[in-house]
Write a protein that binds this ligand. Sequence first.
Ligand code: ING
Length: 312
Amino acid sequence: MARHLKIAAAQLGPLNKADSRAAAVTRLRNLLKEAHSMGAKFVVFPELAFTTFFPRWWMEDQKEVDQRFFEREMPSRETLPLFEDAKKLGIGFYIGYAELTPEGRRFNAALLVGPDGAINGKYRKIHLPGHADHKPKAAFQHLEKKYFEVGDLGFRVWRYLDTITGMLICNDRRWPEAFRVLALQGAEIVALGFNTPTENLHYGEPPALRVHHHLIMAQSMAFQNATWLIETAKAGFEDGFRMFGHSVIVAPSGEIAVKSQTEEDEVICYNCDIDLAANLKKTMFNFAAHRRPEHYKLIVERTGAEVTPANG
Ligand code: ING
């Protein structure tokens, strides 16, 4: 009997700078309840799900930034109600948040929480996009390299709800190596929350093209690694800055099983056949039979591209 797991992507609409954590938690709890009413057993929330996407602003008062946007503990008094609801409903979830450790280190992090409310795993975002310097002429900033350290926990998978589940965050989806490292550890499900601006701060990239990139990456990553992929957006106009939705649940075949239709709070859900990928993993993407790591050295040894043609 094939293993099935009903999974929901619980997309958040905008969170403005003035919105409190309590307001965010209330909306997250409502999304959880809606996912439960649809029969979901695993809910994937977005990246930085408790606050607005604050890296869009240059802020110099770190104490103020820490207090407004970072979590010193998880769950905290304000976020605990979400964990308690999930435990009551017997639902596991992935949630992204800004982590401030007791040692004063800051990460763009995500948790994998079991249906018993216990934290099963943590991931700290490794691919930090954007810049660390102030770009006053830009319409908005993208300061993840200023506010966060590069994640130090690696790309890992966990035994979770009778599956092997891995976590990524947002920009990680633009780097195939991240998915492959998870797939090489047996990942059957990858959960990924994202906050992606509709506009490109560097040049006038057509917004439709950015969504196209988002969708082709999701489909190719799921297919090339024979995994289910759940990508959940925080979307809409946050203080006037738009982020796109297009939360998706993608099958190991690379086919989009379900996609969100709005840029608001919205739950999409699918009864995922976890064994759907079994044939793919045994044939086309049988890594042991087909991969040739002896020819892949440059992927690990070289960071930036260098022109090194065979004919000199
Ligand atoms: N957001 C964006 C993302 O990778 C970005 C940043 C957008 C980088 C478009 C490059 C191109 O989807 C986050 N939070 O990583």
